[in-house]
Ligand binder design. Structure first.
Ligand code: ZN
Length: 192
């Protein structure tokens, strides 16, 4: 390209006319060139993000995987296990839940933790109970209380069965963190 020829061009960034050194120069200045470069990167990022969003929308499973909080139905879909099984795992203290009003939700991180643990098969109920004592001893004298899980395994009754016994006998149910507790004396009196 000869420098004797005057090339008049319109800057693609600022639309001003400028004298270019070559016929392929697109921008009037370094500033415009830099700005154009930045805009291009930004546009690419936005496009990539839109592609990602569209991809997730197409696949409901990916959408579920991307959620931080899940309800029971969603957990059921994600793990491919029944709602009943999930409630059983919750009852056994295997899965920690969050109660929002009457709704039960699970934290994704909690679910991941559970899935990582379940690879190493451990007897149901053994671990969580040890954890209960660690987490909740603050003011309540744990010696006087059973966790709901303990009652179930001690007396071999279902969660539903225990629930109706608690309700029928108006046994005070104390909630501590993730778990519910009932007074030992009252439970033993009724079930023994
Ligand atoms: Zn320009």
């Amino acid at each position: 390209m000869s420098s004797n020829i005057i090339v008049r061009r319109i800057c693609e960034q600022c639309s001003r006319e400028f004298i270019a050194r070559t016929t392929v120069t697109k921008y009037c200045s370094k500033t415009c060139s830099k700005k154009a470069y930045k805009d291009r990167i930004k546009a690419e990022k936005i496009q990539n993000s839109n592609i990602e969003t569209a991809r997730i929308k197409e696949k409901p499973m990916d959408l579920l995987k991307a959620k931080e909080f899940l309800n029971i139905n969603e957990v059921s879909q994600l793990l491919g296990i029944s709602r009943r099984t999930i409630y059983r795992l919750i009852g056994a203290g295997e899965l920690n839940i969050i109660k929002v009003g009457t709704r039960t939700i699970l934290k994704r991180a909690e679910l991941d933790k559970f899935l990582n643990q379940s690879g190493t098969s451990k007897p149901l109920n053994s671990e969580p109970q040890k954890q209960i004592a660690k987490i909740d001893i603050d003011q309540m004298d744990m010696e006087d209380y059973y966790s709901v899980t303990e009652v179930q395994s001690k007396y071999g009754i279902s969660e539903k069965g225990l629930h109706s016994i608690i309700k029928r006998n108006k046994i005070p149910k104390i909630r501590r963190g993730w778990y519910s507790y009932v007074p030992k004396t009252e439970i033993d009196n009724i079930l023994n």
